[in-house]
Design a protein around this ligand. Sequence first.
Ligand code: NAP
Ligand code: MG
Length: 494
Amino acid sequence: MSMESWHERSKTVQIDGRALIGGMRRDAILGARFDCLSPIDGRKLAEVARCSDADVDAAVTSARAAFEDGRWAGLAPGERKRVLIRLADLMLVHQDELALLETLDMGKPIRYSRDVDVRLAQNCIRWYGEAIDKLYGEVAPSPQDSLALITREPVGVVAAIIPWNYPMLMAAWKIGPALAAGNSLVLKPSEKAPLTSLRLAELALEAGVPEGVFNVVPGYGDEAGRALGLHMDVDCIAFTGSTRVGKQILQMAGQSNLKRAWTELGGKSANIVCADCPDLDAAVAGAIGSIYFNQGESCNAPSRLFVEASIRDAFLDKALALVPRYAPGDPLDESTVMGAIVDATQMQTVLGYIEDGKAAGARLLAGGQAARIETGGLYIEPTLFDGVEATMRIAREEIFGPVLSVLSFTDLDEAVRQANSTPYGLAAAVWTADIAKAIRTSRRLRAGTVHVNQYDNDDITVPFGGYKQSGNGRDKSLHAFDKYTELKTTWIQV
Ligand code: NAP
Ligand code: MG
């Protein structure tokens, strides 16, 4: 679609900001709403229901009722499969609308909303639908006078709280396995990007997910989110977001009913490029492309780049030649690769880190400024700091914006030590042509995902999650079912 037609469509796209509870669109019980603003140009997109305790309670009650009467959990796995595949098909039918909502709501380029986010999100739901009627239980090697069956049952009512950086995809990573396993769900999207979650729940109804099984309560974290965290009738909470809030989620689980609490949290991923890397151009393209993708708002963004000193100058020359390609553009133009920063608060956070890096003595080699101010939107230039020291805040804290910190090293052991010297452990990478060195290094990197000689491999078939303070769960792959099922042992006397 041309830029003009995306803009035309953005003027007429229907947006319903009401919650979805028990199969019905509803205003918040107290009538509160918040404005949903677009970071593209500051326009108001909709008013969205600001759900709080009473709405969360209604959603949990409706999810509980649906779970107890078996309208979804009681279906044969093959039936749930058919419905989830219909949902995935409907997401493709509505892919332009979903992509447009995502881009308007959180600012990412339309080409990625459609070709990455919608595509991966529908594939995720399809994949878990496909998987669910192929999972078998176990028969234990028990003594002859008994039979012990080990089966998986849905946990019950799952609450999912998700961030704004990949709203539809993060929703899909929860919805897919949670619904496939037979749970009922209450989803709280980020207040910064609630629109695709609401639309997905409508499409799920259309696909045949029964009323009450999939509820969405938009609202603020310390209202709707907290109410879910503390709710006594939520069996499992699946959280993706910051480490700060992840810690609160675990506390809320402990303070309330010890609901199973799974956290997928932040990162400060290290990307180590050795002098013997097999293809310097590929290493540069991987480093630059991955830090600036999604405006740098990726949990696994390789935000700390360790370059071996002997290739540092060559690396930086090539990197600086690539950076201008990521200049922010109109997110509704299909040629744009860097869009808008999600909101003014995040914009200030990122600009604050840039000032901090300058003040600490790092060398600003590219970017550093707000851009496209005349649009009324929120944009930041792709930014690159060289001469970063491990002690600086820009080397230690998650910035969650288009800012790359370059450190150099002469001793790989020291680089690995520094790479691991962070509270986070989400992803890491090493580039080297020496296979033994690659394997030794990847074994030593304390991260849930280690990339060797690339950074962007990704597939629904592999688990995704963190070590250390990057969280305790795994999304994607069959391992995700561990979060949404209980293991039951049944002993039978023979
Ligand atoms: P966030 O501030 O932690 O918020 C995440 C979600 O939690 C939002 O829906 C938020 O609601 C809600 N929330 C906030 N305070 C809460 C509270 N007291 N109780 C319950 N819920 C609460 O994180 P974010 O800024 O949206 O997302 C960015 C973070 O997510 C980054 O750290 C990133 O690395 C991480 N992330 C991790 C993964 C992964 O798979 N490991 C994937 C994507 C993102 P409101 O925003 O509406 O207030
Ligand atoms: Mg928004």
